[in-house]
Design a protein around this ligand. Structure first.
Ligand SMILES: *[C@@H]1O[C@H](CO)[C@@H](O)[C@H](O)[C@H]1NC(C)=O
Ligand SMILES: *[C@@H]1O[C@H](CO)[C@@H](O)[C@H](O)[C@H]1NC(C)=O
Ligand SMILES: *[C@@H]1O[C@H](CO)[C@@H](O)[C@H](O)[C@H]1NC(C)=O
Ligand SMILES: *[C@@H]1O[C@H](CO)[C@@H](O)[C@H](O)[C@H]1NC(C)=O
Ligand SMILES: *[C@@H]1O[C@H](CO)[C@@H](O)[C@H](O)[C@H]1NC(C)=O
Ligand SMILES: *[C@@H]1O[C@H](CO)[C@@H](O)[C@H](O)[C@H]1NC(C)=O
Length: 819
């Protein structure tokens, strides 16, 4: 063991706070060891090797970090799967030249393996961040016995290689940390696959997540923006011994790294250190956009960010399932309109595409000596060949790659990208004379058919509208608005029914007071709402108001059975709902499963009808002002009934908007204009309904935070998914296959219309009911209110508020895409 006592004059605690201090050693030999608290510094002071504890963890790890940066940035970890749980760790070199990391009792928690013996092994940290073990006796200083660059953690520094050493069977790949506190391997890995035409993938577990595309001589096919520039030199090396990707800095003063991060959003990030701001700035992230999601459009599909929806079939192909394709479920992909001739290869030709990311190369074949003409013939001679192009696009292009089977993960770039020749039956390519005539006949015929169809669809639509109307009328008929007498119960009856308002009978506490379960003398179960005493209403005023509320009767409203006024006490007696409120199902893992999709959809439609009735169909115009999941009760058949309506304020029929000093309602459901300015209207209820709709679909609470950097609430998250054309990702994970995608999509769409920032943009409840129950076309939603968690006036008043900074794009445009 080493004798370091002379070096250990600095107490450990100083290192805890000043890891930047320069009291490090410069190399370690066989007679020394590096104990916890000591560090090894690179020759020019850029990096430091030592022991550290990540985030809030107490575990100790041996790692390398930037020494010259005030933000502790760990770029390599030795014992990521075997932490040391105290500060007894030490690093040493044993007699045969292996690095050993020892914990208490000299237990080896991590070691290196060298195939060669060394006489005078020496451990050094190079200024590149590479920890190397070499033999002092060896004349060649670059002949390492071992180097940390061969065993990357999650960070790719300049000069590191991502890929294979074929002689040693060494695969250098990145693996994300599990989380900030735990460097052990997470789900994401980034590695180079040795296909005929090699390319790198980000894997999430065993599933492909993102593909860089193969090297085309200038860059990777999937990232045309990474071109030669003044800052970096990208390199791809492929020979008998090695296949790897690497980059080097032209300006050594720049601090930059690429990190694979355990994040679903953009796991691979390239960052640069901004000295003036003292932060790492991410200037590029992969996947970069929706079309970068691996194989988003399925086999033979093409992803175009400029189109909406983004997926299209390649020319000459059609969706395998038209129905799913229209629902933006693209997984099945596309198939040929006309099968290939194959036997008679002269009947096949190729469609030329430009500006593509070339397909997944898993099933490909390469010959770098062939030219494009030979490549075409090679492809025509094999029935399973579907496409070909040059392997190297420099100059006029060279080399040949051909693809077999379905073409996967193609996307179209607006600029840059590559040419691809896709095989096609000749009849799909050009129209011969005879075919043109036939086409003309078909066109005439189809015009006739189309006009016929238009007539039919008009008929269907108007019938649908009629049906819709009669549905609404039907509801009206169910409603009886006679002036009936409301039973008034006395306090003693209610007290008896609720066991003297016992705690055991308390069902909950609403905005207006506690609610108790009670059983009347005739055995009927009731819910008693004991109103708080603050209301300041006289008994007559209260009785009149209650009578009005009692007139509101609809199958989606909780029925008021009676009331009680005695002295200071005011109480409302409702029918009892055994299944409690909607939130007790939605936000509960097990109970959530009880509500399958068809039940949820019924609930959504029921709430919409109940609210429509309050807004419009009752003789009174009622604005609920506190619509939320806990105010929707479920009866024994899980049919929804809105409760607490008419509590905030009752209106005459034509009053639509009010202003109040006391905002009742619940944050997370309140419309911006109501939360800030106390302005409420039927449209603020529509907003709350939109939120409720999102909660029912997603099973998530509106006030939680859902994207990876925890800045977006449920609306913001839904809006982000909508813009990334992934609205179906919102679906509650506990809903299985039973979901009707079209209903789901419609619900998300309607909810986003309901939560639009400006009240006048939101639909009324009558439109909502119509939209939910029919196939009518829906307008595009505008940006919603409250994207961010914080309810601040700034967020509200600035309509152009964006939830993603645009500075990353600026950097990548101005610096890295320099041509
Ligand atoms: C460290 O953890 C191991 C495994 O859990 C345990 O056996 C050992 O006693 C721990 N050592 C200390 C010092 O806590
Ligand atoms: C040095 O450590 C390596 C790895 O643990 C081990 O295989 C080797 O036997 C050790 N050499 C000696 C001399 O102990
Ligand atoms: C160490 O190297 C030897 C010989 O090269 C090999 O057989 C052994 O599997 C290696 N051990 C580890 C842990 O990599
Ligand atoms: C992933 O990246 C984000 C943003 O750069 C960062 O906040 C987060 O800490 C990273 N996660 C890990 C595990 O490093
Ligand atoms: C590659 O193409 C060249 C030129 O056509 C040819 O001479 C060579 O045999 C081909 N190699 C293979 C493995 O097909
Ligand atoms: C076509 O290519 C496939 C895949 O490389 C190969 O298995 C098959 O033998 C080839 N067929 C012909 C006729 O060359």
């Amino acid at each position: 063991m080493g004798n370091l006592s002379s070096l250990l004059v600095i107490p450990n605690f100083i290192f805890l706070f000043f890891f930047k201090s320069s009291f490090g050693v410069e190399s370690i030999t066989q007679t020394q060891s590096l104990n916890d608290g000591k560090t090894l510094v690179s020759s020019e002071g850029s990096f430091e090797l030592g022991f550290f504890s990540p985030g809030s963890s107490k575990n100790r790890y041996l790692g390398i970090w930037y020494k010259s940066i005030p933000v502790k940035t760990v770029v390599w970890v030795a014992n990521r799967i075997s932490p040391i749980n105290d500060s007894s760790g030490s690093l040493m070199i044993n007699n045969t030249g292996s690095l050993l990391l020892l914990s208490q009792n000299k237990m080896v928690v991590w070691s290196t393996n060298s195939s060669r013996q060394a006489q005078n092994p020496l451990l050094q940290l190079l200024d590149s961040g590479n920890l190397v073990l070499r033999d002092e006796k060896n004349a060649n200083p670059e002949d390492y016995l071992w180097q940390s660059f061969d065993y990357p953690t999650d960070t790719l520094l300049a000069g590191m290689k991502l890929g294979w050493d074929l002689r040693r069977g060494l695969n250098r790949r990145l693996t994300a940390w599990k989380n900030r506190d735990d460097p052990s391997p997470g789900d994401f890995t980034f590695e180079l696959e040795l296909y005929s035409y090699p390319e790198s993938y980000i894997w999430k577990g065993s599933v492909k997540y993102y593909r860089t595309g193969p090297w085309n001589g200038i860059g990777t096919s999937g990232a045309p923006s990474f071109k030669p520039n003044q800052l970096y030199e990208y390199k791809f090396v492929s020979n008998e011994d090695e296949v790897y990707y690497t980059y080097n800095l032209k300006n050594k003063a720049m601090k930059t790294m690429a990190v694979l991060n355990q994040s679903n959003y953009a796991p691979f990030q390239r960052c640069v250190w901004l000295e003036s701001e003292k932060t790492w700035e991410t200037y590029s992230a992969s996947p970069k956009d929706h079309c970068d999601s691996y194989n988003l459009c399925g086999a033979n599909g093409n992803c175009l960010m400029t189109e909406s929806p983004v997926c299209q079939c390649l020319k000459g192909f059609k969706p395998k399932s038209q129905k799913n394709w229209e629902l933006m479920d693209w997984a099945q992909g596309c198939e040929r309109n006309t099968p290939l001739s194959c036997q008679d290869k002269y009947k096949d030709g190729f469609v030329k595409y430009v500006g593509l990311k070339v397909p997944d190369t898993t099933h490909s074949w390469v010959n770098i000596s062939m030219n494009l003409k030979e490549c075409r013939v090679k492809c025509l001679n094999n029935c399973s060949c579907m496409a070909y192009t040059n392997t190297d696009i420099r100059g006029r292009g060279s080399g040949c790659v051909i693809w077999f089977g379905d073409l996967l993960d193609i996307r179209q770039f607006p600029t840059g990208g590559q040419t691809l020749y896709i095989r096609m039956q000749a009849s799909e390519l050009e129209l011969g004379d005879g075919r043109k005539k036939r086409m003309a006949a078909i066109v005439v015929a189809s015009v006739a058919v189309v006009s016929g169809m238009l007539l039919v669809s008009y008929y269907i639509c108007s019938r649908k509208r009629l049906k819709e109307k009669s549905l609404l009328i039907g509801q009206n008929r169910e409603v009886q608005e006679e002036d009936m007498e409301l039973p008034v119960l006395d306090l003693s009856t209610i007290s008896r029914a609720t066991d003297g308002f016992s705690v055991a009978n308390k069902l909950g506490e609403g905005g207006f007071g506690p609610v108790y379960r009670g059983v009347l003398a005739d055995g009927q179960e009731v819910a008693v709402k004991r109103l708080s005493r603050i209301s300041g209403q006289g008994p007559n005023e209260f009785r009149n108001e209650v009578k009005l509320i009692a007139k509101l009767q609809h199958r989606n409203l909780v029925k008021l059975l009676g009331c009680c006024i005695e002295g200071e006490e005011k109480m409302l007696v409702y029918e009892y709902m055994p299944n409690k409120s909607l939130d007790s199902f939605l936000f509960d893992q097990t109970r959530g499963r009880v509500l399958d999709w068809s039940k949820r959809f019924q609930i959504i439609c029921g709430i919409a009808r109940g609210l429509l009735y309050l807004h419009q169909d009752s003789r009174l115009r009622i604005i609920h002002r506190d619509l939320k999941a806990s105010n929707v009760l479920l009866d024994s058949e899980l049919k929804p009934k809105i409760s607490d309506f008419g509590m905030a304020k009752t209106f005459g029929g034509d009053q639509t908007e009010g202003n109040t000093n006391r905002v009742v309602g619940t944050y997370g459901y309140m419309a911006p204009e109501y939360a800030f300015d106390g302005l409420f209207s039927t449209k603020s209820d529509v907003f709350s309904f939109g939120i409720l709709l999102l909660e029912i679909v997603s099973g998530k609470k509106s006030r939680g935070l859902y994207n990876q950097d925890h800045s977006l609430n449920l609306i913001g998250y839904a809006w982000k998914l909508w813009n990334e054309v992934r609205p179906l990702d919102l679906l509650d994970a506990c809903l299985g296959d039973s979901v009707s995608m079209s209903e789901l999509l419609r619900c998300v769409h309607v909810s986003l219309l309901c939560v639009q920032q400006r009240p006048e943009d939101r639909p009324g409840m009558s439109s909502v009911v119509l939209m939910l129950g029919s196939e009518i076309e829906l307008p595009q939603p505008k940006e919603p209110g409250f994207l961010m968690e914080k309810y601040s006036r700034e967020t509200f008043s600035s309509t152009s508020y964006k939830y993603e900074s645009s500075s990353t794009n600026e950097i990548s445009n101005s610096i890295l895409e320099a041509r």
